[in-house]
Design a binder for this molecule. Structure first.
Ligand code: PMP
Ligand code: GLN
Length: 383
C-alpha cells in the first residue's frame, strides 16, 4: 500500500456497520435512511431500465439531469449555471470531491478542512498529493461553530483550497450567514478555491435556510458546489452526485473524473432529474419528517442520560457520553453493538486532534420511528 493510503486503511463506517451486523445491533452508525424515496422517481428508474437506458451516458452526465440541477440551483439559490459547461454529474458527492482535489491540487498544496471532517476528505487530499491543515470547530452553548481565528491561522501562502461541509456531518451544524461570510472573506483575501459539500442542503430544521457559499460576493468564480441525490431523495445506494461551478474549474474536475469512473448510473440519472423537477412535495415532507425524528431521538437519548448537542440539520445528533460514566467515544462505540445492541460513530476518528471531541458520539436519526424507539429502549441498559 502506498504512503498516500497507508494512514487510511479502513473507514469507520465499514468497521462499525460490520460490528452492528455481527451483533444484530440497531445501526444508528452509518447515515442512511431505511425508507424509500418518492415512488415516481423509483418508477422512472424502472422505466429507464425497461426502455434501454443501460449503456454509458454522456461524459458530463445526462443533459436532462444537468438541466434539472441548474434549474434547482437557480430556483432555490438564484445561482446561474450553464448546464453544458458548469454542471458535471459524478458518482456521488464522494467522487465529485475527490476529482475536484485531484484536478486542482498540486503536490505540496495545502487544503484546509474543518474538523471533525467527513472521512473521505483527508484521504482525497492525500491521494491528490496535498497536505491537510485542520481547523477544529468549537462548541459554544452546546453548538459546534466556526473558530475564525483558528481558520485564519491555518491559511498560509501554500493554501490552495478549503473544503466546507454545510449542513455539517457529523455535528449537525448549519453554518449561519455570519460564519459563511467570514469563510468567504478568508477565501477572497487569500485567493482560495472553495469546495462545498452540500449533500444535506435540503435537510435543515426549525425554518432554517441553506445558503451556498457560492452565493456570497466574489465566491461564484472560486467555488465548486457539490451535492448528491442520496440524501435528498433517500437513495444513498444510487450514487448520483454533481458538481457546479465556473467552466474552467468544472473542466478540471471532469478531467480527473473521466479516468476515475468515466460515467455512472445511466438509468438513475433521468430518475433523479424527474425527482428534482417534479417531486415538489417530497423535500418539505422529508425535512419535517426528519425534524420530528431528530426530536424523537434527542428526547430518547436525553431520557437515557446522554447530553445532546444542538442539531440544526443533517441526519445526525451528537451526544456526550460522560453523564453515563464513559469518557472515550471510540472505546464506547466499539463496545456498544455487543453491550447494548446499538451502533454509533465516535467523533474523534474524524479529527486530527481527538481531544476536544473524545467524549462525543454520533447517532443517525434518519430511521423509522420504531427503529429509533428500539435503539432508545436498548440504550437504557447502559444507564
Ligand atoms: N459528504 C458528506 C458530508 C456525507 O455525509 C456523505 C455521505 N452521505 C457524502 C459526502 C457522500 O455522498 P455520496 O454518497 O453522494 O457520495
Ligand atoms: N455519509 C454516511 C455517514 O456519514 C455514510 C458514509 C459511508 O458509509 N461511507 O454515515
Amino acid at each position: 500500500l502506498t504512503s498516500r493510503l497507508r494512514p487510511f486503511t479502513s473507514t469507520i463506517f465499514a468497521e462499525i456497520t460490520e460490528l452492528a451486523r455481527r451483533h444484530d445491533a440497531v445501526n444508528l452508525g452509518q447515515g442512511f435512511p431505511d425508507t424509500d424515496g418518492p415512488s415516481g422517481m423509483l418508477r422512472r428508474a424502472e422505466r429507464a431500465i425497461a426502455d434501454g437506458t443501460n449503456q454509458y451516458p454522456p461524459g458530463p452526465g445526462e443533459p436532462e439531469l444537468r438541466a434539472a440541477v441548474a434549474a434547482q440551483r437557480a430556483a432555490d439559490y438564484g445561482l446561474d449555471h450553464d448546464p453544458e459547461t458548469e454542471v458535471l454529474v459524478t458518482v456521488g458527492a464522494t467522487e465529485a470531491i475527490s476529482a475536484a482535489l485531484l484536478g486542482l491540487v498540486e503536490p505540496g498544496d495545502e487544503v484546509v478542512l474543518l474538523e471533525p471532517y467527513y472521512d473521505s476528505y483527508p484521504v482525497a487530499v492525500s491521494l491528490a498529493g496535498g497536505t491537510r491543515r485542520t481547523v477544529p470547530l468549537r462548541v459554544t452553548g452546546g453548538r459546534f461553530g466556526l473558530d475564525t481565528t483558528a481558520l485564519r491561522a491555518a491559511v498560509g501562502p501554500s493554501t490552495r483550497a478549503i473544503v466546507l461541509n454545510s449542513p455539517h456531518n457529523p455535528t449537525g451544524t448549519v453554518f449561519g450567514e455570519a460564519e459563511l461570510a467570514e469563510i468567504a472573506e478568508v477565501c477572497r483575501e487569500n485567493d482560495l478555491l472553495a469546495i462545498t459539500d452540500e449533500v444535506y442542503e435540503h435537510l435543515v430544521f426549525d425554518g432554517r435556510k441553506h445558503t451556498p457559499l457560492a452565493a456570497f460576493p466574489g465566491m461564484a468564480e472560486r467555488t465548486l458546489s457539490v451535492s448528491s441525490a442520496g440524501k435528498s431523495f433517500n437513495v444513498t445506494g444510487w450514487k448520483i452526485g454533481w458538481v457546479c461551478g465556473p467552466p474552467e474549474l468544472v473542466a478540471a474536475v471532469r478531467a480527473a473524473k473521466q479516468f476515475l469512473t468515466f460515467v455512472g448510473g445511466a438509468p438513475f440519472q433521468p430518475a433523479v432529474a424527474h425527482a428534482l423537477r417534479e417531486e415538489r412535495d417530497w423535500l418539505p415532507e422529508l425535512r419535517s419528517g426528519l425534524q420530528y425524528k431528530r426530536d424523537r431521538l434527542a428526547a430518547g437519548l436525553r431520557g437515557t442520560g446522554f447530553e445532546v448537542l444542538a442539531c440544526e440539520g443533517t441526519y445526525f445528533l451528537c451526544a456526550d457520553i460522560r453523564p453515563l460514566g464513559y469518557t472515550d467515544g471510540a472505546e464506547f462505540c466499539r463496545a456498544l453493538p455487543e453491550r447494548a445492541g446499538v451502533a454509533a460513530i465516535p467523533l474523534q476518528v474524524l479529527c486530527d486532534d481527538p481531544e476536544p471531541v473524545r467524549h462525543l458520539v454520533r447517532f443517525a436519526c434518519c430511521k423509522r420511528d420504531e427503529v429509533i424507539d428500539e435503539a432508545v429502549r436498548r440504550l437504557r441498559k447502559l444507564g
